[in-house]
Design a protein around this ligand. Sequence first.
Ligand code: TMP
Length: 223
Amino acid sequence: MGDKMSGLFITFEGSDGTGKSTQAALLANLLKNKGFEVICTREPGGNQISEKIREIIISKENDKMNKMTEALLYAAARAQLVNEVIAPMLMEGNVVVCERFLDSSVVYQGYARGIGENIINDINKYAVNGIVPDITFLLTLPPDIGINRKKNQQELDRIESSELNFHKRVFKGYMALAEQNKDRIKVIDANRDIDEIACEIADYIEKLIKERSFKNGFKNFRS
Ligand code: TMP
């Protein structure tokens, strides 16, 4: 499927509280202002069915959820988002900016919950349908800072309320994944000014689009 996809698929990854939503929205706006057709979405969620699955996953009522049930629910939410939103947009040559994708399952369920990367990739094979992000921004913050930031903003959900050791494993998992996928995953220090981070991300995107001559190129980018 990947070969027929002419669009650009950008994902944001990172522990909870690292500022993914802010940066995804800023990048989507920047690209829209440059004339691209852009959709900014999130996982789990991004459409009616996947948002319902999200509620089941993150609800604190479901504290008995088995880790395999959790992994399968994330994959189910992903399958719906890919088919309903991501694949059609990419097929038309447009831009998709997505908060979290398969890397989140590899790290949270595969690594931090201990299911293993291979099983997570197997489960998700039919959900992602061959789609791989063109570029992934991994926003990094020490795990305690991220989770404290979240705590100050809102009540923590079922996953966010996990013990600090879980969040530390998530952080370690992300760093290992970035090391294995240096070409695709760009590690971004999120302990900085919002604008400074946005500028670094914009520079990567400018380079990528120039390289690929995406649509009409990006001659006017940041002019
Ligand atoms: P969010 O708060 O970033 O929207 O994501 C909800 C929670 O779900 C967050 O704690 C990360 C977690 N998550 C997984 O554990 N596996 C996944 O595959 C995804 C997409 C999210």
